[in-house]
Design a protein around this ligand. Sequence first.
Ligand SMILES: [Zn+2]
Length: 106
Amino acid sequence: MDINGDPYATYRCRNCQNPVAFRSELLSKKYLAKTGQAFLFSHARNIVYGPKQERNLITGLYTIADIFCSKCGEELGWKYLHASETREKFKEGKFIIEKAKILKEY
Ligand SMILES: [Zn+2]
């Protein structure tokens, strides 16, 4: 196993163990959200979306939707719907999930 761990590891809602993402979908751990460190994922599942909104983040203006656990309703992070900066376009359609809200299970 490499330092990044098992690609089949599952990230689950810390509150209710609902599986929300897989290790193979993890793109980066170098993000910050409300509670501190956050991960960027290419996909997420078993989530529900809050209303679309504009948010000014450190790297520019984005249209995002907050994401919540579909089982317990815990706020997990957000999905990037649109980035105003060209260099941030790669984030569109991807998910930020706060590290404090999830647990990794092997
Ligand atoms: Zn949950």
